[in-house]
Design a protein around this ligand. Structure first.
Ligand SMILES: Nc1ncnc2c1ncn2[C@@H]1O[C@H](COP(=O)(O)OP(=O)(O)OP(=O)(O)O)[C@@H](O)[C@H]1O
Ligand SMILES: [Mg+2]
Length: 211
C-alpha cells in the first residue's frame, strides 16, 4: 500500500485537482485506487459520484474518520481540506508515504504556503525521512515573472519540485465529467499529460510493489 497526502492549507491551491487526477492516472494503469476525502466539502467524493461507469474504477472513502487510509489498495490518495493544521495535519503526515504540496505563483499563495512548509519540515516523520515531501506548481504560465519568482522560491524551500502544471480549461472540463486528464483522448490531453511525467516517475519508482 502506498499513500499520498495532498496538502496545502491555502484554499483553492489545487489539492482536489491533484488528488483526482493522480487517482485517475493509477486507476488507468489497472491499479486498486482509493480516493480518501478528508474535506467536509467532499469535492473529491462528489467528483467520484460524477464518474461514468465506463472509466477505470476508483473507490471513494470518507477520510474524516479514523481510517483515512486503505490497507487493501495499491494507492490511497488523500485529499485534505483548506486550513488543515495541528494534530490533524501531524496525524495525516505520519500516515502518508508522500506529501505533495500544490502551489500557485501569486504573492498571496507564496506567503500563505511559507509557514506550512516550515511546519512540514519540522514534522517528525519528515525529519526521519519516513514521509517525503514534494512541491508542484499549479496553474503556472511559464512566461510570467510570477512563475520565475515561484521557481526560485521553490528551489529554496528545500523540497524537490516535481514540475509545473499550466492553467488549462481541460482540468475544469475533466473535473465536471468525473474524469481525469488521463481518461481523455491523447490528442486532447497529451500536452498536459506530459507535464505530470516527473511527478509520476518519482512516485512510481519509489512505490511499494503493486499488482
Ligand atoms: N491547472 C489548472 N488549470 C485550470 N484550472 C485549474 C487548475 N488547477 C486547478 N484549477 C481550478 O482551480 C479551482 C481550485 O482548484 P481545486 O478545487 O483543485 O483547489 P483546492 O486546493 O482543492 O481547493 P479547496 O482548498 O477549496 O479544497 C478549481 O475550479 C479547479 O478546477
Ligand atoms: Mg479541495
Amino acid at each position: 500500500m502506498n499513500s499520498i497526502l495532498i496538502a496545502n492549507p491555502k484554499g483553492g491551491s489545487g489539492k482536489t485537482t491533484l488528488a483526482t487526477n493522480l487517482s485517475g492516472y493509477f486507476a488507468k494503469r489497472g491499479q486498486h485506487v482509493v480516493l480518501s476525502d478528508m474535506d467536509r466539502q467532499k469535492s473529491s467524493l462528489n467528483w467520484l459520484e460524477r464518474r461514468p461507469d465506463n472509466l477505470p474504477i476508483i473507490h471513494g472513502l470518507d477520510g474524516r474518520g479514523k481510517h483515512s487510509n486503505s490497507l487493501s489498495a495499491d494507492w490511497t490518495i488523500i485529499d485534505s481540506p483548506a486550513g488543515i493544521h495541528g494534530e490533524k495535519l501531524s496525524e495525516a503526515v505520519k500516515k502518508a508515504d508522500w506529501v505533495i504540496v500544490p502551489m500557485q505563483s501569486s504573492t498571496f499563495d507564496i506567503g500563505a504556503t511559507e509557514d506550512f512548509l516550515k511546519i512540514l519540515s519540522d514534522e517528525k516523520a519528515v525529519r526521519k525521512e519516513r514521509t517525503f515531501v514534494a512541491m508542484i506548481g499549479m496553474r503556472i504560465d511559464s512566461r510570467t515573472k510570477a512563475a520565475s519568482k515561484l521557481q526560485s522560491y521553490l528551489e529554496e524551500s528545500g523540497f524537490p519540485v516535481m514540475g509545473h502544471l499550466r492553467d488549462a480549461q481541460i482540468y475544469v472540463q475533466a473535473a465536471e465529467q468525473g474524469a481525469s486528464i488521463f481518461d481523455l483522448s491523447p490528442s486532447r490531453a497529451s500536452k498536459d499529460v506530459q507535464q505530470w511525467s516527473m511527478l509520476l516517475h518519482w512516485l512510481v519508482s519509489a512505490s511499494r510493489e503493486v499488482k
